[in-house]
Design a protein around this ligand. Structure first.
Ligand code: ATP
Ligand code: MG
Length: 261
């Protein structure tokens, strides 16, 4: 797969493992339990996509589909002010940066479909450098419960997102919540911190959880999967699926300045 570029995450080890960051042109999935930091990660990425290039950003706009009303521009500005004080202390810059992030809040599958239609136009009109969907799992539960026998109602959306990534060459980042695997050592310890490991024994296990919610079609549409979880009280981000990186895990923390390694 030919990749048109990367959005650096600012997490050094992770960026190295991903050969520069979140790749353009494909879907990257952030998976993990409630409260682990998926939304915090998306806020940081949104900032990095919108920052001026001289500060390591992509100088672009962001479309943020906020399915659970968890986007917070206040928190975004806090992360920005702490991480990039030289920009955020300039008059009007915090507002300008926040203004580059267009937040859409669909409340039903029909509205989500509409949001995706809207994206087609936004991509033509704006210099979009990142599309975030936080979260996709929200669509698979609640209003849209569907048993194994029924057709996945998200099939069209998944194909659409994949084609948006490919045609517009932007990174698409999607979060999904999974239950924590607190009593399952196989799931938790297959990844070695900062070291190479060949087999990905826990990936099928993860798949079976998410396939139940979003279907195998989704699982195949994702090019990079990053799993966030806590091990012995410490937060880790793991490269669980990637066409070019080994299975690596990096410890991270969340502070007032956002996600950091
Ligand atoms: P969910 O699946 O419920 O959406 P999530 O993975 O998106 O969860 P986040 O909302 O990204 O989780 O992360 C929440 C965590 O971020 C909190 O538990 C807290 O530890 C941390 N956090 C949030 N704001 C701050 C802050 N200002 N300073 C330090 N830590 C913070
Ligand atoms: Mg969240």
């Amino acid at each position: 797969e030919q990749l048109a570029g990367h959005l650096p995450t600012g997490l050094k080890g992770l960026d190295e493992a991903l050969f520069g960051g979140i790749p353009f042109g494909v879907i990257t999935e952030l998976v993990g339990p409630a409260g682990i930091g998926k939304t915090q990660f998306c806020l940081k990425l949104s900032l990095l996509a919108s920052l001026p290039m001289r500060h390591g950003g992509l100088d672009g706009q962001v479309i943020y589909i906020d399915m659970e009303s968890k986007f917070s521009s206040k928190r975004l500005i806090e992360i920005g002010a702490q991480s990039f004080p030289e920009i955020f202390h300039m008059r009007g810059m915090a507002q300008e940066m926040a203004g580059r992030i267009l937040v859409l809040r669909p409340v039903s599958l029909a509205e989500f479909t509409e949001s995706l239609q809207q994206i087609k136009i936004l991509l033509l009109e704006r210099r979009v450098k990142l599309l975030v969907i936080d979260s996709m799992a929200a669509l698979a539960s609640g209003e849209f419960e569907h048993g194994a026998s029924k057709i996945n109602p998200l099939g069209w959306h998944i194909s659409f997102l994949k084609s948006v990534a490919e045609l517009s060459r932007i990174p698409i980042v999607v979060t999904n919540q999974v239950r924590s695997q607190s009593n399952d050592d196989t799931w938790r310890y297959n990844f070695q911190v900062g070291t190479r490991r060949q087999d990905l024994e826990d990936t099928p296990k993860y798949d079976s959880h998410l396939i139940a919610a979003l279907g195998i079609h989704w699982s195949h549409a994702v090019t990079i999967r990053l799993i966030l979880e806590t091990i012995s009280g410490e937060r880790f981000i793991k490269v669980a699926k990637s066409p070019m990186s080994p299975a690596l895990a990096f410890p991270f923390s969340i502070t007032s300045s956002g996600i950091s390694l």
